[in-house]
Unconditional design. Sequence first.
Length: 308
Amino acid sequence: MSDAPRALPETIDATVELLSQGDYVADRSLATVAFLSLRMGRPIFLEGEAGVGKTEIAKVLAHSLGRKLVRLQCYEGLDTASAVYEWNYARQMLEIRLAEAAGETDREKLARGIFTEEFLIRRPLLQALESHNGAAPVLLIDELDRTDEPFEAYLLEVLSDYQITIPEIGTIKAAEPPIVVITSNRTREIHDALKRRCLYHWVDYPSAERELEILARKAPGAPERLTREIVGFIQALRKMDLFKVPGVAETIDWTKALSELDVIALDPETVNNTLGVILKYQDDIAKMQGSEAARILRQVQAEAAALG
C-alpha cells in the first residue's frame, strides 16, 4: 500500500486507469459502477460466480488509492464478537487481580476501569470506522451470502450511519465513511433492504478478448500461442454442463502451471494431466478426461488456425 492516500478518480476513464494500475482489466460497465460508488459514497454490491474477480476489485481499489484494506470474511454463524468487537477478557481479569492486590475494593470503580478502549479488541467492522493515514479504509465484506439473516440485518444498521454502539463506551462513528465492497456468490438471496443501499453489479465471466488481456498482465511470460489455446479451452468449458466451470482465477493458475512445465502449446496428454488445476470436482474431471478434452482441444486449435 502506498504511504499517501490518493484522490478519488474524477471520471470513468480515470477509474478504468485506476483499476488498470492494479492489473485489473475492467469492462466499462463495472468501471462506471465503481466510479459512481466512489463519488457517491455508496457501497458497491458485486454478485457473480466464484473466481470471476469480485474480491480482487476491493484489493485493487485499496492498493491503487493507497488505502488500508479491512476484510471481513463471512461464514455461517458469524457474530458480533468476530465481526465487530469483543472485550479482552484475559487482560481484564489480570487488571482486576492487580487492582485487588493493590488494595482496590470498589467494584464499580474496577468495572469502569476495565471497560475502556484499552481493553477493546477491534474486529473488521469497527476497524473500518477508523481512518488510516488521514483516509478512510476500504472495507471488503466478502461472501455475504454465507452468513445468516440476523447478521445481515445488523450490517444494514451499520451501513446506514457508519456507526457502532458499544454499551460500555458509547457510540463510535466514522469521521469519513469507508469505501465498502460487498461480494456474494449468490448461494442465497441477499435481502432487498441491503441491496437498496448499494450500487449493484453482476460480475460475469470475461470475454475471450478480455481474458487474453488479463493473462497478458497476470502471466506475462506465457507464450502467446499457449495463452490463446488456454483461453479458447476455458471458454469452451464454460459452455458445458459442469458442476463448477472454471473462473478467471483458474485460467490464471492453469497458465502459470503450464508455464512451469515449459509447455508452449496444449496437447491431449498435458490437458488430461492438469485438469485438476481448472476443475475442482471429480465428476467434472471424469466427464472431461480423454476423448471429450481431446475433442474440445481439436476444436480450439482448428479455430485458432482458421484465424491465422
